[in-house]
Ligand binder design. Structure first.
Ligand code: IDP
Ligand code: MG
Length: 141
């Protein structure tokens, strides 16, 4: 029986600032996933520190939290069979230089030589992280 999954997706501040929100949403919808929730907000440090708790202590943690709080982010919840894995596939590899052409990061992103990779999107990486992240960003869901 198909198991519907939900994933938390963020269009990061670089994606919103570059006017790529619509293009990224278009790719998600064209793939066939359903939008369940959508918000545009500047996230607080508290939310970002919790969101990226697995990366605390790493060299890029502070630059990452600073970058993610530098402007509006489009936060969304998407839904579909295997949507968690499917969005990670749409997004491509973390490093935009290595991300395959055809992916969001591969087609639209590049390395800017900064201390944190500005790679346009976040997507939950598993069922447990998706549940945790959706509760963090959309407590009403
Ligand atoms: P992911 O977003 O592909 O899941 P993670 O390893 O969870 O990648 O890292 C979270 C975010 O932190 C990345 O999307 C990227 O913006 C940034 N990042 C990860 N690793 C590095 C690094 O080695 N140098 C600079 N920034 C990094
Ligand atoms: Mg990750």
């Amino acid at each position: 029986m198909p198991e519907t999954q939900r994933s938390l997706v963020l269009v990061k501040p670089d994606g919103v600032a570059r006017g790529l929100t619509g293009e990224i949403l278009r790719r998600i919808e064209a793939k066939g996933y359903t939008l369940v929730a959508l918000d545009l907000l500047v996230p607080t440090r508290e939310v970002l520190a919790a969101h990226y708790e697995e990366h605390q202590g790493k060299a890029f943690f502070e630059p990452l939290v600073s970058f993610m709080g530098s402007g509006p982010v489009a936060a969304l919840v998407i839904e579909g069979h295997r949507a968690i894995e499917g969005f990670r596939s749409l997004a491509g590899a973390t490093e935009p230089t290595l991300a395959a052409p055809g992916t969001i990061r591969g087609d639209l992103g590049r390395d800017w030589g900064l201390s944190v990779q500005q790679n346009l999107v976040h997507g939950s990486d598993g069922v447990e992280s998706a549940a945790r992240e959706i509760a963090l960003w959309f407590p009403a869901l």
